[in-house]
Design a binder for this molecule. Structure first.
Ligand code: SAM
Ligand code: SF4
Length: 491
């Protein structure tokens, strides 16, 4: 067994005259431009609200240059408006499943790096993965997970595909129905096309790889040696290979805190534009994990101050506005108060998160379950998070229907850009929230959830133009069947 062999030929055909789609000089010029006038800011916000393709990096740079408090508020409000237009008021929740911390790479910021001699190395077996999925689906109530591994020959594409099959087969009896993981996304090393085809055949939802930094010089400093991760372009063109392999649902991200956060935002926007231009399909989601303290490395501690909370809120808003159709993921790396500030612009978050290997089933004991890749900021349960979201007027959705009903790739892009997907979002949020309330909610969360679901149904009935009588009739029928214990009914 080997890790994927880095193959420079595989990206040569994607270069433009030998150059990458990340145009360093142009991005740095955009960042050096003076702050925009209020008129220019309003013109950019209006364009974003039209929800077509990703904005040019110059527009994203202009928004990031705004310091005036009043204009900044306009930017935040526009970001929330774009979120509601494209995805309604729903927030999708998920949990990461950390399956292995074996890793051949030596990323200076990560507790899993090969050079961290203090780490206890584990790779879950298939029965252990099943046990994790049973807790996630049967006790907590998740329907969607991200399967996470380091990069190692023992956890290649076949291991991940076998794990996905095991996870999809889990079915646990709950209070009124049954729990199942219906979507497995994968965050693992960049692979070659052949391996990506194995993931596709195994039923992958979204393939997620973070570039970490789009700054080449910094990338080289953080990823030294001759491991697969040292090749910047192998990573930069992984989503191109994913499309070649038939995976049209891809997710990008950068690790904030390593370098200049404004440059990373422009890198992400350029990446989205490149995928749109080349394949007609932009990223399904964008992630912006902020560096956390990690076991066995002091780099994160030095980097934690690089992105303040105020900058973080701005970067979330600018990404939301610059790639208006994309899902925007905030993670439990952040503290609850930070998440509350940005959740109105985001579409997904994780909850009940544990990032130790085998941590959900406490396979290696409680203490070891707490040994992890980095430290979490929000360790609250899914039930607590859902209660809080409901109190703030956000409905938690466990919808996984888009992917299973063929709404992926260019089909979903059209629906997102036209605002049509938000109607599916609303209907499926109501149905899947009903399931979760009946199967898992505490009394306190259930009370908040019942009030919200009533309000959502009333809104659907009132919006006749968006939800014609036959749609409402079908919603009523599905809703009644779910209350009677049927599961997985969706639009
Ligand atoms: N090994 C794969 C890779 O590197 O692409 C995927 C798994 S890795 C655990 C997932 C992500 O965790 C990385 O891409 C990185 O952005 C993030 N990460 C690593 N160290 C971190 C830290 N100290 N704080 C926050 N996020 C971190
Ligand atoms: Fe390994 Fe990924 Fe951590 Fe780098 S970020 S050390 S590749 S697990």
């Amino acid at each position: 067994m080997q890790t994927t062999t880095v193959n420079a030929d595989s990206y040569a055909s994607y270069l433009n005259g030998g150059l990458d789609f990340i145009d360093d000089a142009a991005l740095r010029r955009a960042l050096a431009a003076p702050a925009p006038s209020p008129e220019r800011v309003r013109e950019i916000l209006a364009r974003s609200l039209e929800v077509s393709e990703a904005l040019p990096p110059e527009d994203a740079a202009a928004l990031m240059a705004v310091e005036d408090p009043g204009l900044l508020e306009d930017i935040f409000e526009a970001a929330r408006a774009v979120k509601r237009k494209v995805y309604d008021n729903r927030v999708v929740t998920f949990a990461p499943l950390y399956a292995s911390n074996l890793c051949v790479n030596n990323c200076l910021y990560c507790g899993f790096r090969a050079g961290n001699d203090g780490a206890v190395r584990r790779k879950l077996t298939l029965p252990e993965i099943k046990a994790e999925a049973e807790v996630l689906a049967g006790t907590i109530g998740h329907k969607r997970i991200v399967f996470v591994t380091g990069e190692h020959p023992a956890t290649g594409a076949q291991y991940i595909a076998d794990a996905m099959r095991e996870i999809y087969a889990v079915k646990v009896k709950t209070r009124r129905g049954f729990g199942q993981i219906r979507r497995v996304n994968v965050n693992a090393a960049p692979m070659n096309v052949e391996d990506l085809r194995i993931l596709k055949a195994g039923g992958i939802g979204t393939y997620q790889v973070f570039q970490e930094t789009y700054d080449r010089a910094l990338y080289a400093k953080l990823h030294q040696g001759t491991t697969p991760k040292t090749d910047f372009r192998w990573r930069l063109y992984v989503m191109h290979r994913a499309f070649e392999a038939g995976i049209d649902d891809v997710a990008i991200g950068a690790l904030f805190g390593l370098g200049n956060w404004k440059f990373e935002v422009l890198g992400l926007v350029s990446h989205a534009r490149e995928l749109e231009a080349r394949f007609g399909i932009g990223p399904h989601t964008i992630s912006f994990p902020r560096m956390e303290a990690a076991d066995g490395t002091d780099l994160p501690a030095q980097s934690l101050k690089n992105v303040s909370d105020a900058d973080f809120k701005k970067l979330v808003a600018v990404l939301r506005l610059s790639v208006p159709y994309a899902g925007i993921i905030v993670t439990a790396r952040e503290r609850p108060e930070t998440i509350r500030e940005v959740i109105g612009m985001c579409t997904q978050r994780d909850a009940s998160t544990r990032i130790g290997i085998g941590a959900y089933s406490e396979r290696y004991g409680k203490q070891e379950a707490e040994r992890q890749q980095f430290m979490l900021g929000d360790t609250r349960s899914l039930d607590e998070v859902i209660g809080e979201l409901a109190g703030l007027g956000h409905i938690t959705s466990f919808c996984t229907s888009g992917y299973r009903c063929g709404r992926t790739g260019d089909h979903i892009m059209k629906l997102l850009k036209s605002g049509h997907e938000s109607r599916f979002c609303k209907l499926n949020a109501v149905l899947t929230f009903r399931e979760w309330l009946d199967d898992f909610a505490s009394d306190a969360t259930r009370a908040k959830g019942e009030a919200l679901i009533k309000k959502e149904i009333a809104e659907i009935r009132a919006r006749e133009k968006d939800f014609p009588p036959e749609t409402v009739k079908l919603l009523d029928a599905y809703y009644a069947r779910i209350e009677a214990g049927e599961r997985d009914l969706c639009f």
